[in-house]
Design a protein around this ligand. Structure first.
Ligand SMILES: NC(=O)c1ccc[n+]([C@@H]2O[C@H](COP(=O)([O-])OP(=O)(O)OC[C@H]3O[C@@H](n4cnc5c(N)ncnc54)[C@H](OP(=O)(O)O)[C@@H]3O)[C@@H](O)[C@H]2O)c1
Length: 238
């Protein structure tokens, strides 16, 4: 099947990376199920795409709620008949405090955003791909997940948990036709400062366009053998 006939679910579609990714996939002709947390932002994004109704589904959903996430998957199936691609680009960051000072609710927030939403989308969407013997699951992580710096422990714990889920998933998907891969970014350069104001500080940042290009490759049939990868997209930063 041509990529343009595929059905892609994008969570966090209105976010910094999600909105660029949505536009790139729309330009490549895919059918899009855009999920967000804010109906007004989602409507604005949908309008800006000028896609025919037959290629677009939008839905406001709290991915911390598993039944809601599963019923969203059913609604997408009712609209498009299948789900081929899951791009989970929901995020959030909190940090700047040592483990002695960080409030417990900040840890809960990071585990919610990175671990629980990932667990829920895997449970809600991936079984439908396995049933069709083709699928792509992609999430975004950070080098902090394996090498945390001081005062970033809560975010690092979230990303480490998300990575563990994805790497486990890649093992469980062997020989199913579905792959699960991660892209690793340090900072997503939403304002394109790497281009407009280059500096040693932002040289290892990654633009949403660079991330979208790597994702488009991972979606292709030529990438069918790539499973369980963690693509480092932060240049020579160490
Ligand atoms: N930004 C970076 O520098 C960076 C670096 C490394 C990795 N990453 C990762 O890259 C991915 C994309 O990052 P980003 O900066 O583009 O994210 P972002 O701008 O923070 O966008 C997150 C999106 O997720 C939505 N969202 C948040 N909680 C949700 C929930 N419970 N249910 C449904 N939707 C929810 C938000 O909706 P609302 O706005 O409506 O709340 C927003 O659209 C994330 O996984 C992030 O951790 C980012």
């Amino acid at each position: 099947m041509d990529l343009k006939d595929r059905i892609a679910v994008i969570t966090g579609a209105t976010g910094g990376l999600g909105s660029t990714l949505t536009r790139e996939l729309a330009a490549h002709g895919l059918h899009l199920a855009l999920l967000g947390n804010n109906a007004a932002k989602l409507e604005m994004l949908a309008k800006s795409l000028s896609l025919p109704e037959s290629r677009l589904f939008t839905h406001n959903v709290n991915l911390l709620d598993l039944p809601e996430t599963k019923s969203t998957a059913e609604a997408i199936l009712a609209k498009f008949g299948q789900i081929d691609i899951l791009l989970h680009v929901v995020g959030g960051w909190t940090g700047g405090k040592t483990l002695f000072d960080a409030p417990a609710e900040d840890l809960a927030f990071m585990l919610n955003q990175h671990v629980w939403t990932s667990f829920h989308v895997i449970q809600a969407f991936v079984p439908h791909m396995v049933k069709n013997h083709w699928g792509r699951v992609i999430m975004i992580t950070s080098p902090s997940g394996v090498r945390p710096s001081a005062k970033s422990g809560l975010y690092a714990a979230g990303k480490a948990g998300q990575e563990a889920l994805m790497l486990t998933l890649s093992q469980e998907l062997k020989n199913t036709g579905v792959t699960a891969n991660l892209l690793q970014a340090r900072t997503i350069d939403v304002k394109r400062e790497k281009v407009s104001a280059p500096s040693p500080d932002n040289s290892a940042w990654t633009t949403p366009e660079e991330m979208s290009a790597a994702i488009l490759f991972l979606l292709s049939d030529e990438a069918a053998a790539i499973n369980g990868a963690k693509l480092p997209m932060f240049g020579s930063y160490s």
